[in-house]
Design a protein around this ligand. Structure first.
Ligand code: IPE
Ligand code: IPE
Ligand code: MG
Length: 254
Protein backbone atom coordinates (compact mmCIF):
# COMPACT_ATOMS: atom_id res chain seq x y z
CA UNK A 1 0.00 0.00 0.00
CA UNK A 2 1.26 3.46 -0.84
CA UNK A 3 2.79 5.47 1.98
CA UNK A 4 0.05 8.10 1.82
CA UNK A 5 -2.77 5.57 2.06
CA UNK A 6 -1.61 4.05 5.31
CA UNK A 7 -2.84 6.56 7.86
CA UNK A 8 -6.47 6.55 9.00
CA UNK A 9 -8.31 9.88 8.91
CA UNK A 10 -8.43 11.55 12.32
CA UNK A 11 -11.44 13.73 11.56
CA UNK A 12 -14.85 12.04 11.32
CA UNK A 13 -16.13 12.03 7.77
CA UNK A 14 -19.41 13.81 7.13
CA UNK A 15 -19.96 11.95 3.90
CA UNK A 16 -20.36 8.34 4.97
CA UNK A 17 -20.79 7.39 1.34
CA UNK A 18 -17.24 8.52 0.54
CA UNK A 19 -15.19 5.77 -1.08
CA UNK A 20 -11.67 6.18 0.30
CA UNK A 21 -10.26 4.03 -2.47
CA UNK A 22 -11.62 6.33 -5.20
CA UNK A 23 -10.19 9.66 -4.13
CA UNK A 24 -8.81 12.21 -6.58
CA UNK A 25 -5.01 12.09 -6.85
CA UNK A 26 -4.76 15.85 -7.13
CA UNK A 27 -7.09 18.50 -5.68
CA UNK A 28 -6.80 22.22 -6.46
CA UNK A 29 -8.38 24.84 -4.21
CA UNK A 30 -8.95 28.53 -4.89
CA UNK A 31 -8.79 29.84 -1.31
CA UNK A 32 -11.32 32.64 -1.76
CA UNK A 33 -13.63 34.60 0.54
CA UNK A 34 -11.23 35.76 3.27
CA UNK A 35 -12.19 39.42 2.89
CA UNK A 36 -15.94 38.79 3.01
CA UNK A 37 -15.52 36.51 6.00
CA UNK A 38 -13.78 39.33 7.89
CA UNK A 39 -16.26 41.96 6.76
CA UNK A 40 -19.18 39.88 8.07
CA UNK A 41 -17.50 39.99 11.48
CA UNK A 42 -16.62 43.68 11.39
CA UNK A 43 -12.91 42.79 11.18
CA UNK A 44 -10.22 44.13 8.83
CA UNK A 45 -9.77 42.05 5.64
CA UNK A 46 -6.34 41.01 6.87
CA UNK A 47 -7.97 39.14 9.79
CA UNK A 48 -9.69 37.06 7.11
CA UNK A 49 -6.34 36.24 5.51
CA UNK A 50 -4.99 35.08 8.88
CA UNK A 51 -8.08 32.90 9.43
CA UNK A 52 -7.72 31.55 5.88
CA UNK A 53 -4.13 30.53 6.60
CA UNK A 54 -5.36 28.40 9.51
CA UNK A 55 -7.91 26.74 7.23
CA UNK A 56 -5.10 25.94 4.79
CA UNK A 57 -3.24 24.11 7.54
CA UNK A 58 -6.30 22.09 8.58
CA UNK A 59 -7.15 21.11 5.01
CA UNK A 60 -3.56 20.22 4.07
CA UNK A 61 -3.29 17.82 7.02
CA UNK A 62 -6.74 16.40 6.30
CA UNK A 63 -5.79 15.70 2.68
CA UNK A 64 -2.66 13.96 3.94
CA UNK A 65 -4.65 11.89 6.44
CA UNK A 66 -7.27 10.66 3.98
CA UNK A 67 -4.66 9.95 1.30
CA UNK A 68 -4.81 12.63 -1.38
CA UNK A 69 -1.24 12.74 -2.75
CA UNK A 70 -1.31 16.22 -4.35
CA UNK A 71 -2.91 19.44 -3.12
CA UNK A 72 -2.49 22.75 -4.95
CA UNK A 73 -3.75 25.95 -3.32
CA UNK A 74 -4.14 29.40 -4.82
CA UNK A 75 -2.75 31.93 -2.32
CA UNK A 76 -1.90 35.04 -4.37
CA UNK A 77 -2.57 35.64 -8.06
CA UNK A 78 -0.70 37.72 -10.63
CA UNK A 79 -3.78 39.98 -10.53
CA UNK A 80 -3.82 40.41 -6.75
CA UNK A 81 -1.17 43.17 -6.99
CA UNK A 82 -4.08 45.42 -8.02
CA UNK A 83 -5.23 45.52 -4.38
CA UNK A 84 -4.42 48.45 -2.10
CA UNK A 85 -0.69 48.48 -1.28
CA UNK A 86 -1.40 48.09 2.44
CA UNK A 87 -3.43 44.92 1.86
CA UNK A 88 -0.73 43.46 -0.42
CA UNK A 89 1.97 44.31 2.14
CA UNK A 90 -0.02 42.69 4.95
CA UNK A 91 -0.66 39.57 2.87
CA UNK A 92 3.08 39.29 2.13
CA UNK A 93 3.96 39.77 5.83
CA UNK A 94 1.38 37.19 6.83
CA UNK A 95 2.65 34.74 4.24
CA UNK A 96 6.20 35.15 5.47
CA UNK A 97 5.31 34.75 9.13
CA UNK A 98 3.01 31.85 8.44
CA UNK A 99 5.33 29.98 6.07
CA UNK A 100 8.21 30.35 8.49
CA UNK A 101 6.05 28.65 11.08
CA UNK A 102 4.52 25.86 8.99
CA UNK A 103 7.20 24.87 6.49
CA UNK A 104 9.42 23.13 9.00
CA UNK A 105 6.48 21.39 10.66
CA UNK A 106 5.07 20.28 7.33
CA UNK A 107 8.41 18.84 6.27
CA UNK A 108 8.60 16.97 9.58
CA UNK A 109 5.02 15.76 9.09
CA UNK A 110 5.59 14.11 5.72
CA UNK A 111 4.86 16.94 3.28
CA UNK A 112 6.83 18.23 0.35
CA UNK A 113 6.03 21.90 -0.23
CA UNK A 114 6.46 23.49 -3.66
CA UNK A 115 5.67 26.92 -5.02
CA UNK A 116 3.98 27.65 -8.33
CA UNK A 117 4.31 31.11 -9.80
CA UNK A 118 6.96 33.70 -10.54
CA UNK A 119 8.73 34.30 -7.24
CA UNK A 120 10.93 37.13 -8.61
CA UNK A 121 8.64 40.07 -7.75
CA UNK A 122 8.03 38.89 -4.16
CA UNK A 123 9.65 40.74 -1.23
CA UNK A 124 13.24 39.36 -1.08
CA UNK A 125 12.90 37.76 2.37
CA UNK A 126 9.74 35.91 1.35
CA UNK A 127 11.32 34.84 -1.93
CA UNK A 128 14.37 33.48 -0.11
CA UNK A 129 12.13 31.53 2.23
CA UNK A 130 10.28 30.00 -0.73
CA UNK A 131 13.57 29.13 -2.48
CA UNK A 132 14.89 27.51 0.70
CA UNK A 133 11.68 25.48 0.95
CA UNK A 134 12.10 24.43 -2.70
CA UNK A 135 15.66 23.28 -1.98
CA UNK A 136 14.48 21.30 1.03
CA UNK A 137 11.65 19.78 -1.03
CA UNK A 138 14.18 18.63 -3.62
CA UNK A 139 16.38 17.01 -0.96
CA UNK A 140 13.56 15.16 0.84
CA UNK A 141 13.51 11.52 -0.04
CA UNK A 142 10.68 9.03 -0.32
CA UNK A 143 7.00 9.39 -1.07
CA UNK A 144 5.48 12.47 0.53
CA UNK A 145 2.27 14.43 0.37
CA UNK A 146 2.82 17.20 -2.06
CA UNK A 147 1.45 20.65 -1.35
CA UNK A 148 1.87 23.29 -4.05
CA UNK A 149 1.32 26.89 -2.97
CA UNK A 150 0.54 29.28 -5.83
CA UNK A 151 2.21 32.61 -5.10
CA UNK A 152 2.21 35.40 -7.66
CA UNK A 153 0.73 32.70 -9.85
CA UNK A 154 -1.33 33.09 -13.01
CA UNK A 155 -2.18 30.29 -15.41
CA UNK A 156 -1.40 32.48 -18.41
CA UNK A 157 1.84 33.69 -16.86
CA UNK A 158 2.85 30.07 -16.22
CA UNK A 159 2.19 29.16 -19.87
CA UNK A 160 4.16 32.19 -21.07
CA UNK A 161 7.11 31.41 -18.80
CA UNK A 162 7.03 27.83 -20.08
CA UNK A 163 6.92 29.06 -23.70
CA UNK A 164 9.92 31.33 -23.05
CA UNK A 165 11.92 28.48 -21.51
CA UNK A 166 10.99 26.18 -24.39
CA UNK A 167 11.97 28.91 -26.89
CA UNK A 168 15.37 29.28 -25.25
CA UNK A 169 15.88 25.50 -25.49
CA UNK A 170 14.81 25.59 -29.15
CA UNK A 171 17.34 28.33 -29.95
CA UNK A 172 20.03 26.40 -28.10
CA UNK A 173 19.27 23.29 -30.15
CA UNK A 174 17.96 21.29 -27.20
CA UNK A 175 14.42 21.09 -28.66
CA UNK A 176 12.89 20.76 -32.09
CA UNK A 177 9.55 22.12 -33.28
CA UNK A 178 8.40 18.63 -34.29
CA UNK A 179 9.00 17.23 -30.81
CA UNK A 180 6.67 19.72 -29.12
CA UNK A 181 3.85 17.63 -27.72
CA UNK A 182 1.37 18.13 -24.90
CA UNK A 183 3.61 16.03 -22.69
CA UNK A 184 6.84 17.75 -23.75
CA UNK A 185 5.38 21.20 -23.09
CA UNK A 186 4.02 20.10 -19.70
CA UNK A 187 7.60 19.55 -18.60
CA UNK A 188 8.16 23.32 -18.78
CA UNK A 189 5.24 24.15 -16.49
CA UNK A 190 5.44 24.75 -12.73
CA UNK A 191 3.54 21.47 -12.33
CA UNK A 192 6.14 19.39 -14.20
CA UNK A 193 6.10 15.75 -13.18
CA UNK A 194 2.74 15.96 -11.41
CA UNK A 195 -0.66 14.65 -12.47
CA UNK A 196 -3.26 17.20 -13.59
CA UNK A 197 -5.82 18.16 -10.94
CA UNK A 198 -8.83 15.81 -10.94
CA UNK A 199 -10.92 18.17 -8.85
CA UNK A 200 -10.85 21.95 -8.50
CA UNK A 201 -12.78 23.51 -5.62
CA UNK A 202 -13.77 27.15 -5.35
CA UNK A 203 -15.42 28.35 -2.17
CA UNK A 204 -17.03 31.79 -1.63
CA UNK A 205 -19.74 31.52 -4.29
CA UNK A 206 -17.71 32.82 -7.25
CA UNK A 207 -18.11 30.74 -10.40
CA UNK A 208 -14.81 31.33 -12.19
CA UNK A 209 -11.23 30.13 -12.33
CA UNK A 210 -9.54 33.54 -11.98
CA UNK A 211 -6.44 32.35 -13.87
CA UNK A 212 -5.91 29.19 -11.77
CA UNK A 213 -4.22 26.17 -13.42
CA UNK A 214 -5.31 27.21 -16.92
CA UNK A 215 -3.38 24.46 -18.70
CA UNK A 216 -3.82 21.73 -16.10
CA UNK A 217 -7.58 22.17 -15.59
CA UNK A 218 -8.47 21.02 -19.12
CA UNK A 219 -10.24 17.90 -17.80
CA UNK A 220 -10.71 18.76 -14.13
CA UNK A 221 -14.05 18.36 -12.38
CA UNK A 222 -15.27 21.55 -10.69
CA UNK A 223 -16.96 22.00 -7.34
CA UNK A 224 -18.32 25.35 -6.20
CA UNK A 225 -19.63 26.16 -2.74
CA UNK A 226 -20.87 29.34 -1.04
CA UNK A 227 -18.84 28.57 2.10
CA UNK A 228 -16.17 31.25 2.62
CA UNK A 229 -12.62 29.88 2.80
CA UNK A 230 -12.04 30.58 6.53
CA UNK A 231 -15.24 28.57 7.25
CA UNK A 232 -14.16 25.68 5.00
CA UNK A 233 -13.85 22.42 6.98
CA UNK A 234 -12.89 18.79 6.32
CA UNK A 235 -16.66 18.11 6.18
CA UNK A 236 -17.03 20.56 3.29
CA UNK A 237 -14.12 18.85 1.56
CA UNK A 238 -15.86 15.50 2.09
CA UNK A 239 -18.95 16.91 0.37
CA UNK A 240 -16.82 18.01 -2.58
CA UNK A 241 -15.16 14.58 -2.72
CA UNK A 242 -18.54 12.84 -2.57
CA UNK A 243 -19.78 15.02 -5.45
CA UNK A 244 -16.59 14.17 -7.38
CA UNK A 245 -17.24 10.46 -6.90
CA UNK A 246 -20.73 10.82 -8.37
CA UNK A 247 -19.35 12.35 -11.58
CA UNK A 248 -18.77 10.31 -14.68
CA UNK A 249 -15.50 11.30 -16.32
CA UNK A 250 -15.27 10.47 -20.01
CA UNK A 251 -12.23 12.44 -21.26
CA UNK A 252 -13.88 12.66 -24.64
CA UNK A 253 -14.67 8.96 -24.85
CA UNK A 254 -18.07 7.33 -24.55
C1 IPE B 1 -8.71 35.26 -1.10
O1 IPE B 1 -9.64 36.00 -0.39
C2 IPE B 1 -7.30 35.61 -0.72
C3 IPE B 1 -6.55 36.33 -1.74
C4 IPE B 1 -6.96 36.56 -2.95
C5 IPE B 1 -5.23 36.83 -1.38
P1 IPE B 1 -10.10 37.44 -0.87
O2 IPE B 1 -9.21 38.45 -0.27
O3 IPE B 1 -10.22 37.49 -2.35
O4 IPE B 1 -11.54 37.53 -0.20
P2 IPE B 1 -12.84 38.16 -0.85
O5 IPE B 1 -13.05 37.47 -2.17
O6 IPE B 1 -12.57 39.61 -1.00
O7 IPE B 1 -13.91 37.85 0.13
C1 IPE C 1 -8.46 34.31 -6.76
O1 IPE C 1 -9.27 35.06 -5.92
C2 IPE C 1 -7.06 34.32 -6.25
C3 IPE C 1 -6.85 33.70 -4.95
C4 IPE C 1 -7.73 33.09 -4.22
C5 IPE C 1 -5.51 33.75 -4.50
P1 IPE C 1 -9.62 36.58 -6.26
O2 IPE C 1 -10.51 37.04 -5.16
O3 IPE C 1 -8.39 37.35 -6.51
O4 IPE C 1 -10.41 36.43 -7.63
P2 IPE C 1 -11.47 37.38 -8.31
O5 IPE C 1 -10.91 38.75 -8.30
O6 IPE C 1 -12.72 37.29 -7.51
O7 IPE C 1 -11.66 36.81 -9.67
MG1 MG D 1 -11.71 37.04 -3.64
Amino acid sequence: MAFWNRKKPDVPAAGEELDRTQLPQHVGIIMDGNGRWAKKRGLPRTAGHAAGAETFRTIAYYCRDIGIPYLTVYAFSTENWKRPVEEVATIMDLLHKYLLEVLEKMERDGFRVHFFGNLEPLPPALRDLCLRAEETAASLSGKRHQVNICLNYGGRDEILRAAQAWGRDLLAGRQTVEDLTDEAFSRYLDSRGMPDPDLIIRPSGELRLSNFLTWQSAYAEFYFTDVLWPDFTPQVLDEALAAFQRRQRRFGGV
